[in-house]
Unconditional design. Sequence first.
Length: 212
Amino acid sequence: MTNVLVIKANNRPDGVSTKMYEAYIEEAKKVEGVDLTIYDLFKEDTPYFGQELFDAFGKLQAGEALTEVESNLLAAKQKAMDAVTAADVVVLAFPLWNLTIPAKLQTFIDYVYSAGFMFKYSTDGQMIQLLTDKKFVVLNARGGFYSSPEAQPMEMSVNYIKNVFGGVAGMTLLDEVIIEGHNADPGNAQEIISEGIERVRASAQKLATVNV
């Protein structure tokens, strides 16, 4: 059985990355031997990562009582880490918002981007990736064209996700599907989206190739 964690990072019902998520789920359900877990970030209680979490760590070490906010933060962080731990494949469906990822997705990453979980350091200071047994899939939608050499440096969503899950955690990129330009080229928007959704469906079928 291949455990697949699908992270949905868009609560817009008509969002293109939402359509990508829906198509991926629909197709993945047809793949034999796949167990799907859905992690809808906009339905999860995910308090922002900040001083309260560091206070909670300190209180745990000192054996002191936690506030409700601190307890909720620790529970949310642990839930995110447990979800990644259980997954053989992590699928991220997210839009490009203001050149980067939605805040809800950033918070999820803040929870799991942790020394001792995603990576560690050797005695000589070299980073060691800790999640090399997992794969990840990128499903991204962006209304403009960011594939050109001129615009690509401005794109800080896919690049960031690939650096975190691939570069830091050591996961292998199983597939990447990007739908772009549907807002910049409204006359061809439906064709762009439809063609992209077909690539999403083909991507879900690649789950059949994962050996665990």
